[in-house]
Design a binder for this molecule. Structure first.
Ligand code: UDP
Ligand code: MG
Length: 347
């Protein structure tokens, strides 16, 4: 860990996950400084470099050298958005921790309103988007459906249309540090811990520059983690469907027997048999797949691997965050070490 021992904990922390965001980093810094200086409080900007293959790390280290309030965690590879947020909140030392995206879709100006609610006594202030600019119709529709489905099949209350953009009191962050599951849906976890929560509304802006790091494949993965992480309903569906089908076929057996006994020359065609067998085969495979989704996640948990590996940390003072379970934080190395970007990965 670098940094002098004279440092104290800042009041506010901003946590930003960063994966190939060289196009937005200078503007991000400018906007964050402009807003945070208005609060009159001490603050830090915790940037988590999630294995960027562009110049992101170089830009971040440059900012860190000029402004020690900018702190950088450098992952050993790309671990994904939710894990990057986890690491950021593990290291953030503020009394309030604000998580936001690097692309300025979460307008830093909204942070001021979050801080107001925090000062009023709320411990989690989440931001609900009332509109989203610059998103495809498809994304809006699937996201809308997803949040409503999630609402129905989970026991905890996950507010509709909220992302990871939120403020959490230090007490919430300390509690969240005990939730170490691999497949994380952070906004679900932040509901799960409870505390006094409130939502504020905001308009989600367009991405400032660059392109989305969330293609359909990753959206599906996140949605699956959200559902499997917070609900057994998909597993229970098999039971319900099984009972339904068993009842139906029992009726079918009765009807067939009665028709036979009453002398009706009742004959089920081959096509009907084939179709029902194939249909049931399909249904069984689907549920096998659903069980597989849960099983794979159980396997990942059992392996107990760390959630992330921080290969280098810049600007943090040691505190209890360094005893975080399921994380690897490698010791500092001599200065003047050259920094080259990570290998490019497919999105
Ligand atoms: N991100 C990350 N690791 C990833 C994917 C994304 O750290 O594997 C970061 C990204 O740099 C951004 C945030 O997560 O700060 C949200 O990504 P993006 O804006 O592309 O998602 P969208 O807003 O399109 O859903
Ligand atoms: Mg975005």
């Amino acid at each position: 860990m670098t940094g002098s021992g004279a440092q104290t904990r800042p009041t506010l922390s901003i946590v930003v996950p960063i994966w190939n965001e060289e196009a937005v980093i200078p503007e991000l810094y400018r906007r964050v400084v402009a807003i945070m200086d208005q609060t009159g409080e001490s603050w830090e900007l915790v940037c988590v470099n999630d294995g960027s293959s562009d110049r992101s790390l170089e830009l971040l280290l440059d900012l860190h050298a000029r402004d020690p309030r900018v702190k950088v965690l450098d992952f050993s590879r790309n671990f994904g958005h939710q894990i990057a947020i986890t690491a950021g909140t593990d290291f953030a030392q503020g009394d309030a921790v604000i998580v936001m995206d690097a692309d300025l879709q979460d307008p830093p100006e909204t942070v001021l309103r979050m801080i107001e609610q925090w000062r009023a006594g709320y411990e989690v202030v989440y931001a609900r988007r009332i509109s989203r600019l610059g998103e495809t119709k498809f994304k809006l529709l699937t996201a809308g459906l997803f949040y409503r489905l999630l609402q129905r099949i989970t026991d905890i209350h996950i507010p509709l249309d909220t992302g990871d953009f939120r403020l959490m009191d230090r007490r919430v962050v300390l509690a969240m540090r005990h939730l170490r599951e691999q497949h994380r849906f952070m906004r679900g976890l932040s509901s799960w811990v409870g505390f006094r929560q409130i939502g504020i509304e905001y308009e989600r802006a367009e991405r400032f520059a660059g392109e989305t790091k969330y293609p359909l494949r990753k959206m599906i993965k996140l949605a699956t983690s959200a559902i499997t992480g917070f609900s057994y309903v998909p597993l229970q569906l098999a039971t319900y469907l099984g009972f339904g089908m068993a009842t139906l076929s029992l009726l079918g057996i009765l009807v067939t027997i009665i028709l036979r006994l009453s002398g009706n020359n009742f004959f089920l065609g081959q096509a009907t048999t084939l179709v029902s067998v194939l249909f049931l085969g399909g249904v069984q495979l689907i549920f096998l797949g659903i069980i597989g989704e849960y099983l794979g996640r159980i396997y990942d948990e059992v392996k107990g691997r760390p959630l992330y590996i921080v290969s280098r940390a810049y600007g943090f003072i040691p505190d209890e965050s360094h005893a975080i379970p399921r994380s690897v934080i490698l010791p500092a190395e001599p200065p003047n070490h050259a920094h080259v970007p990570h290998e490019k990965q497919a999105t």
